[in-house]
Ligand binder design. Structure first.
Ligand code: HXC
Ligand code: NAP
Length: 285
């Protein structure tokens, strides 16, 4: 889909790039010619991921940074270190997140805070430090925020801290897209539907029955593939999308459209039987 130079001359920092979708995007960016920096809290994971990303391209430049995005000072130091190591920084993907299933009445203040701190404050910390670097140095750049489909309008039961934080990140996306357009900084978001990852599945998909229900909600009856998300991210981070800013692109196989009033009919019987039933309802000539 992209050439080896689609992201040439770009260094991109992906928070939480040591696993799951962050790692998939890091590999995709690398294949398209970018230099890649990843961060997370677990060094072991980052070392393994760095090797995997390096394997994607012979002349790749990849670096990892141990950093908790909740810590503004640590984030500022990381941005300085990335610029020192790579020479410049053109892109940031706010991908690091925390989430778990809980009845909202059982949440502790610490549980709510842990997720909001990672998702909302973490995204702000990275965006603020990166934005200031770009503005101070009169450089243009790209920010991509990974949100969720429930950030836009529905919210979501049993993941309250995540729903609140991701909605905040979406608001940040649109606010800054407008405010920072004059600096040549684009700010977009991707709202993924379900893409199996160890991090998400271990916390959010507890059983096979659950899994079956989960997949049944998706009209395409399958999960997303990591590369599909990486391709979308590559497009939004590249010069192929120079006029797109403040946008949130959903990639979910149609899952978010469940609310359509008559969509439930699809699950009642086979298409053949449905068609026969509809035919029987037609007015007689
Ligand atoms: C209730 C919980 C909990 C749980 C932790 N807590 N797990 N409460 N149910 N399952 C509470 C703790 O009791 C504590 O509150 C507070 O949260 C902090 O817990 P720690 O373990 O000390 O925090 P920390 O090590 O910082 O871990 C943060 C975390 C953890 C968010 C809780 O899950 C994590 O590290 N997650 C990172 C990766 C991740 O979540 N990936 C999935 C993203 S998927 P008290 O009050 O006791 O101090 C995603 C996509 C959604 O977002 C859409 C899918 C389709
Ligand atoms: P994941 O593998 O658990 O990824 C989360 C990453 O963030 C991990 O590498 C984790 O590494 C890092 N991280 C967590 N807290 C951090 C912190 N405080 N500082 C720095 N790094 C931190 O989960 P994923 O499924 O790939 O999720 C990636 C993104 O996609 C998230 O934004 C998630 O909300 C979004 N998303 C996923 C799905 C899905 O179906 N998978 C659907 C919608 C949205 P450490 O723990 O080592 O720090």
């Amino acid at each position: 889909m992209f050439s080896e130079s689609t992201l040439a001359n770009n260094t991109i920092l992906i928070t939480g790039g040591g696993s799951g979708l962050g790692l998939a995007m890091a590999k995709g960016f690398c294949r398209s010619g970018a230099n890649v920096a990843i961060c997370g809290r677990t060094e072991e994971k980052l070392i393994k991921a760095t090797k995997e990303i390096e394997n994607e391209r012979e002349d790749s430049k990849v670096g990892y940074y141990i950093c908790d995005v909740r810590d503004h000072d640590a984030v500022s130091k990381m941005i300085e270190a990335v610029v020192a190591d790579f020479g410049s920084l053109e892109g940031l993907v706010n991908n690091a997140a925390g989430n778990f299933l809980s009845a909202s009445e059982d949440l502790t203040p610490g549980g709510f805070k842990a997720v909001v701190d990672i998702v909302l404050h973490g995204s702000f910390n990275c965006t603020h430090a990166f934005g200031n670097y770009l503005i101070d140095n009169e450089r243009e750049g790209n920010i991509l925020n990974i949100v969720t489909t429930y950030a836009e309008s529905t919210g979501c039961a049993f993941v309250l801290p995540s729903a609140c934080s991701k909605a905040g990140v979406l608001a940040m996306t649109r606010s800054l897209a407008f405010e920072w357009a004059e600096y040549g900084i684009r700010v977009n978001a991707i709202a993924p539907g379900p893409f199996p990852t160890k991090g998400a599945w271990s916390r959010l998909v507890p059983s096979k029955i659950f899994e079956k229900k989960f997949i049944n909600k998706i009209p395409m009856k399958r999960y997303g593939e990591h590369e599909e998300l990486a391709n979308l991210a590559t497009f939004l981070m590249s010069d192929l999308a120079p006029f797109i800013t403040g946008e949130s692109v959903v990639i979910d196989g149609g899952e978010r459209l469940q609310a359509g009033q008559f969509n439930f009919i699809n699950d009642l019987m086979s298409r053949k039987k449905l068609k026969a039933a509809f035919k029987a309802m037609r007015p007689k000539k």
